[in-house]
Design a protein around this ligand. Structure first.
Ligand code: BJW
Ligand code: ZN
Length: 279
């Protein structure tokens, strides 16, 4: 396979993934004209700090729905292939814009979640961050509306809430969910993700740019490469002499500069790749 050549020559690999890498697990992308989240919703009403200030319940409910969706699907062959590749290289950095935790669940270790993680929430006032599964009383209170993991069996695209109601993927919970408040300061909890106009965690984006500049192979998988600063990473790699291989069924903002474009869905392509390598 075309990718084999580049992988066999490489020593230091950096990967940037986006929503497309989780599409074959059943999670919608953002910008697909028909099925993407932004086809039904205005990002300005759901993914900005202003939106949260205006209507915290709407934003919290939308993320609660997406959190349940993320927990109800499984990592796919693309996630698994990236986890399998990691130990084979001197350096392997997986930078993801995804907040769905699927790379971690597939076994990847060196993952930089530069847009956050939907399973965490933090006090909007800055007091505390809490992970849904940390076993604390605070986590139980903040994520009270989540289904127990054992009940997370709905197929992607249809979700059932604790009361047994079902919701179409992408629709904020019609009933809405109370936004939990911080026991320290009383401010709202918000999802621990990066919204438009917010800065990315500086140490993570610094590590990501260092890995991009230091790699000899950069893989750009399942991202439209439109959102900055993440979209600057393949440019940084190319400028330092790395090969950049894109895996995406459709052209992206970076395609014309890529060394190689593999025009296939990532999981379908990488599952064949895993089979041929016998891993
Ligand atoms: C498949 C597939 C399959 C389908 N297999 N592939 C420089 C220039 C211009 C603007 C800016 C700039 N610097 C900053 C900005 C402003 C802004 C920005 O970039 N705007 C652009 C849209 C123009 N950036 C920011 O605000 C960032 N903050 C920042 O820079 O702070 C400093 C600053 C502030 C203000 C001004 C200037 C500087 C923060 C960005 C945060 C993005 N947040 C979101 C939400 C995160 C939480 C959540 O998940 O809800 O992140 S928005 C959304 O977009 C999400 C994604 O991570 C991100 C990227 O999307 P992604 O993953 O690429 O998805 P899609 O849908 O776009 O593409 C999917 C791809 O998959 C497609 O190509 C498909 O073909 C493909 N695909 N099936 C493989 N099976
Ligand atoms: Zn607080």
């Amino acid at each position: 396979m075309q990718l084999d050549h580049y992988l066999s020559q490489a020593h230091r690999v950096c990967v940037l993934t986006g929503a497309g890498v989780s599409a074959e697990s059943g999670i919608p992308t953002f910008r697909d004209a028909q099925s993407g989240f932004w086809a039904s919703f205005d990002p300005a009403e759901l993914a900005t700090p202003e939106a949260f200030r205006r209507d915290p319940q709407r934003v919290w409910s939308w993320y609660a729905m997406r959190r349940r969706m993320a927990r109800s699907v499984e990592p796919n062959a693309a996630h698994r292939a990236l986890a399998a590749l990691e130990p084979r290289y001197d350096a392997f950095t997986l930078v993801t814009q995804n907040v769905d935790d699927l790379h971690g669940r597939a076994g990847s270790r060196n993952v930089l979640e530069i847009h956050g993680n939907i399973l965490r929430a933090r006090c909007a006032g800055g007091c505390v961050t809490v992970h849904r599964d940390d076993g604390s009383d605070l986590a139980a209170a903040v994520f009270a509306a989540d289904q127990p993991a054992a009940a997370d069996t709905s197929t992607a695209g249809r979700q059932s809430d604790a009361a047994g109601e079902s919701h179409t993927a992408g629709a904020p919970d019609a009933a809405g969910e109370a936004v939990p408040t911080c026991p320290e300061c009383g401010d709202y909890f918000r999802p621990d993700v990066v919204w438009f106009g917010e800065t990315l965690p500086p140490e993570l984006i610094d590590q990501a740019f260092t890995a991009a500049a230091d790699c000899d192979l950069f893989l750009l998988i399942g991202t439209s490469a439109e959102v900055y600063p993440a979209a600057g990473l393949p440019h940084a790699a190319l400028e330092r002499g790395a090969k950049v291989v894109e895996i995406n069924p459709d052209p992206t903002a970076f395609s014309t500069r890529a060394t190689l474009c593999i025009r296939e869905p990532a999981a379908a392509y990488l599952s064949r790749f895993l089979e041929q390598r016998g891993s």
